[in-house]
Design a protein around this ligand. Structure first.
Ligand SMILES: [Zn+2]
Length: 245
């Protein structure tokens, strides 16, 4: 109990930054002193539970702390610095002959749909980079075929490699991804795509990420699906200047 109290006493950075006369963090447009300054902790929390009114600022991560050790965190890091994965693969290639046969196959394949078949469980880890760069040569065929696959797959590797491909696409298929993130039957796809939308989407994707965050959080309290949209909201907040880095 004591620990919990202590945790609630740790205020996020923004609180120290908000002055009495600054506009309130809840987005009401009122001055802080006329608005949330006088509200209880519980009333403030409710602001971030309103499914119809997204509010992204440091307070959000106060009520929903981002986990520092999760698959979503790793993917976030990979999307921020894609060259790191490449360096790691090249390093492995330089010291072993692991996956060489497979790499040869990937380099030779001329059929984009055959290439796409390889993007899933079973490939040597060090070859995914190579495969994604080969797939990028055929974006016009690969992107729609991948999206088709994502509607019904349960293959986590396909989903995770798929978003790395989509992240570096020259033509990001925004509408298809929005639809998938909202309607795909597999909650893991919906959650992972929210991270991608945080990286690539325009301002209009905020309500989608927000709704998925709350829906995944309440429907799957024991899973960590909500981590992905949370990282998506973090990335979104930085891109649009709602969060200081
Ligand atoms: Zn307020």
């Amino acid at each position: 109990m004591k620990g919990k109290e202590n945790m609630l006493n740790v205020k996020p950075k923004s609180l120290h930054v908000i002055g009495r006369n600054d506009s309130c963090f809840c987005g009401s447009g009122l001055k802080y002193k006329k608005c949330c300054m006088n509200k209880s902790e519980n009333e403030r929390r409710h602001i971030f539970e309103d499914i119809n009114n997204p509010v992204v600022n440091e307070w959000l991560f106060y009520y929903y702390p981002i986990s520092q050790f999760s698959a979503a965190m790793l993917m976030h890091a990979r999307l921020v610095t894609p060259e790191l994965t490449q360096i790691a693969s090249n390093l492995t290639r330089s010291i072993t002959s692991r996956g060489e046969e497979e790499a040869k196959q990937i380099r030779m394949e001329q059929n984009p749909i055959q290439l796409l078949q390889m993007l899933g469980r079973g490939l040597d880890n060090i070859n995914y980079d190579l495969l994604i760069s080969r797939l990028s040569e055929y974006e016009a065929q690969v992107t729609p075929a991948l999206i088709e696959k994502l509607w019904n797959t349960e293959d986590d590797v396909l989903i995770e490699q798929g978003i790395q491909y989509l992240h570096q696409c020259s033509e990001f298929p925004l509408h298809e991804i929005e639809k998938l993130a909202t309607e795909a039957p597999n909650p893991y796809i919906r959650s992972v795509l929210c991270l991608l939308l945080g990286f690539k989407g325009p301002e209009t994707v905020l309500p989608i990420i927000w709704r998925q965050f709350h829906s995944l959080r309440s429907h799957y309290p024991l899973e960590n699906y909500k981590e992905w949209p949370l990282y998506g909201l973090d990335e979104y907040g930085r891109r649009f200047g709602l969060l200081k880095s």
